[in-house]
Design a protein around this ligand. Structure first.
Ligand code: GLN
Length: 445
């Protein structure tokens, strides 16, 4: 079914960078044999999954949407891929994305932009745009994405799907090609909240191959889907409901909040006073970490090598031709922010503001169970509309970035349509409160 659907629609949507038809069918057959022999099936038995192309899959190219890694075949699976396989899922292909996960529209993919299935002239969001579009178009039931500043939640909002960015450390990053290591998290994109709980159940948990993986017990997420939100204390930050937020988006979020209230929750306006600095802080920390992480792509160890007269030329040719413009912009910004003389003024200052942003949340969570607001200021925008305007593109992440800076879990759930395009509502929770997020999100369905 999934392969058929991909054949039908992916020429238009372009969500896949690779479809492993042969491998998927072979594995499906093997699983059938296994089920009849063992009499039991895993949690995700034979469900086809799309894996974002910055997550390592053994023997299947993992390009990160970049020409530099166009031929890179990992020799190992990311922990999340192993876990999906242990739950009997089938990797059906690799999903298109913004190059090295840098972008909010998928137009930074060096292979092809992805088109939003709701309206092919609009973007699906990014950087996990391929993952989100494939779920929205019915090509797969679920996909994995990664979220550094909103890259799961924002595309979920633009495509009417459910996107969960877990607490930093809940899901192993082993085998995720690092963009900004202190912010990156893998998470599921699904059609609904129940599916999100299933996938999270399968992929969460401690991994000794990732030194930042948290050693916490994984609760039963499925049993959290009770629909009960009585007594829930909800804070709605005024900074996420004010300037720059489309009035229709705001109205739909308000309508959802009224529904929660009618179900017994209390809703109060709150403030995250330092959140106005979140985008600026992120665009120092994320490029700084990226400039360091991407230094390994030198043409010697990974991917496409481009020769020159000597070794320096080889590095130069490989990186000049291999990286696209946005990646180069980030490497330059990051290198600048980390250079001696500017480190204290930019990088260190950004780290200090990051702490203040995290403290804002901590204070709110003493009084509130969840923070709710829109996932994005607007609905999906048109392809090519913002590609030459990085600042507007960056501002699109103002509602999602704070949770990454604070390491908190966030989920985007659809809350209605504006001019025929989906609007996402974001729920942010305390560290490791994914069960609460899923419970509240489920109440909207
Ligand atoms: N849009 C943001 C960026 O370009 C976030 C990307 C992400 O979460 N990977 O950095």
């Amino acid at each position: 079914e999934s392969l058929k659907r991909i054949q039908e629609v992916d020429g238009d949507v372009r969500a896949f960078l690779l479809v492993d038809e042969e491998g998927a069918l072979k594995r499906a057959k093997e699983l059938d044999e296994k089920y009849s022999k063992e009499g039991t099936r895993g949690l995700l038995a034979s469900l086809p999954v799309g894996v974002k192309d910055n997550i390592c899959t053994e023997g299947l190219t993992t390009t990160c949407g970049s020409q530099l890694l166009a031929n890179y075949q990992p020799v190992y699976n990311a922990t999340v891929v192993e876990k999906l396989h242990n739950a009997d899922a089938i990797t059906i292909g690799k999903m298109n994305m913004d190059e090295f996960a840098m972008g909010s529209s998928n137009e930074n993919s060096s292979f092809s932009p992805v088109h939003n299935p709701w309206d092919l002239s609009t973007v699906p969001g990014g950087s996990s745009g391929g993952s989100a579009a494939a779920v929205a178009a019915g090509e797969v039931y679920f996909a994995l994405g990664s979220d550094t500043g909103g890259s799961i939640r924002q595309p979920a909002a633009f495509t009417g799907t459910v996107g969960l960015k877990p607490t930093y450390g809940l899901i192993s990053r082993y085998g995720l090609v690092a963009f900004a290591s202190s912010l990156d998290q893998i998470g599921p994109l699904t059609k609904n909240v129940e599916d999100s709980a299933y996938v999270l159940q399968a992929i969460a948990g401690h991994d000794r191959n990732d030194s930042t993986s948290a050693n916490v017990e994984v609760p039963d997420y499925l049993s959290a889907l009770t629909g009960d939100v009585k007594g829930l204390r909800v804070g709605v930050p005024k900074e996420m409901m004010g300037e720059g937020i489309d009035p229709e988006v705001k109205a739909l979020v308000q309508k959802s909040l009224a529904t929660l209230e009618s179900m017994g929750s209390t809703i109060e306006e709150v403030s995250l006073p330092h959140s106005e600095y979140a985008v600026a802080t992120y665009y120092l920390i994320a490029p700084a970490e990226a400039s360091s992480n991407l230094a390994r792509f030198d043409g010697v160890r990974y991917g496409v090598r481009r020769y020159g007269e000597n070794l320096i030329d080889l590095y130069h040719e490989t990186r000049s031709k291999g990286f696209g413009p946005e990646v180069k912009r980030r490497i330059m910004l990051g290198t600048y922010a980390l250079s001696s003389g500017y480190y204290d003024a930019y990088y260190k200052k950004a780290q200090q503001v990051r702490t203040l942003i995290a403290q804002d949340f901590e204070q709110l969570f003493a009084k509130y169970d969840v923070i709710i607001g829109p996932t994005t200021p607007t609905t999906a925008f048109k392809l090519n509309e913002r590609i030459d305007d990085p600042m507007t593109m960056y501002a699109n992440d103002m509602c999602t970035i704070p949770a990454n800076l604070a390491g908190l879990p966030g989920i985007s759930v659809p809350c209605g349509l504006s001019n025929g395009l989906p609007v996402g509502l974001q729920i942010i929770g305390k560290p490791f409160a994914e069960a609460t997020l899923l419970r509240v999100a489920h109440a909207f369905e």
